[in-house]
Design a protein. Sequence first.
Length: 78
Amino acid sequence: MNISKGTQLVSDFVQALTTQKNIKIKQTLISRNIFEFNSNGNCLLYVKGRAAHPYRWGVTANVIDRLNAQPLKFNPAL
């Protein structure tokens, strides 16, 4: 499977989080870029990576609407 560099960045970031003590993270059904982050506090984490020029990205209104509809607060990591 050919995986983009941005997708690999996200995967590596999520994997690094899982190695930290007292942190649990799992992908949600909301979006492939939204993870449930469980530690001292629980939240949704929107993780987006881009490793190709131009190095710009953001969160779309549709994703924000989906996140706002969830009972947990959310935080973006771009």
